[in-house]
Design a protein around this ligand. Sequence first.
Ligand SMILES: Nc1ncnc2c1ncn2[C@@H]1O[C@H](COP(=O)(O)OP(=O)(O)OP(=O)(O)O)[C@@H](O)[C@H]1O
Length: 276
Amino acid sequence: MLTLDHLSKTYGAGSSGDKALHEVTFQVPQGQVLGLIGPSGAGKSTLIRCINRLVEPSAGTIRLGKTNLAGLRGRELRRARRRIGMIFQEYALVERLTVMENVLSGRLGYVPFWRSFTRRFPGHDIENAYRLLDRVGLLDHADKRADALSGGQRQRVGIARALAQEPELLLVDEPTASLDPRTSRQIMRLITEICAERDLPAIVNIHDVPLAQQFMHRIVGLRSGEMVFDGAPQKLDDTMLTEIYGAEDWTLMRQEHEDDEVAERAGRLPLAESVG
Ligand SMILES: Nc1ncnc2c1ncn2[C@@H]1O[C@H](COP(=O)(O)OP(=O)(O)OP(=O)(O)O)[C@@H](O)[C@H]1O
């Protein structure tokens, strides 16, 4: 379970700094997939970066199990980071390595330096990587180079790599921003199924509100660093979305989504990618 308690972040020095997060408090229980929504600059990336400590929180606590991540330094911080699987918008694969090597790179925090240097991983890591590739539908692609894959397939590798870490928490940053609508749904479905299978909590930074409403168990809305919504996706009505995004932006986003749906029905958007 992840617990954020009065988490705040102010960039820059002193009270004149830019307040990006203000006393954000919530818990993500095991198996729950939480969607983080809000307009540009609301603090979504800052929240995710505070949890994996790429950004130093200004105040508050971040508990993963019994560990307060906010207080860690050096080796303890590196050890805690292994417990957090990251999935990125642009996949962050090593393009010239194979799919299998990319998945195994999720184990790098666990193997001694000399072994990782020669890329010698224990047999059980390799067996597990094959199992993960099978789970994400890429078993037949294990020996292909990452740069030979489609966007949806790359994101599946990204998911398998994060799982190879055997994480206790998944942080997912705009996983479908570079994908077409149908592939986006396949990827979101895969992430939610995997979290259920492994009882993994996840926070997903997601721009696409209808996609969030379709797949997330719960949604947290941020605006100017403050939590303005925390509840079930069905509770996220037009009034609330207008409060989160502002009337103009929400009307525009809804219109864009409706246009996409019409285009998809008319077959003008690319079909979902086949997998396997
Ligand atoms: N490194 C930084 N230094 C100073 N201010 C920053 C930094 N990173 C973010 N900010 C500010 O913090 C606030 C929150 O930014 P953040 O990137 O977390 O928002 P976001 O919701 O992720 O936006 P987007 O959807 O555009 O990625 C913004 O006002 C932003 O300008």
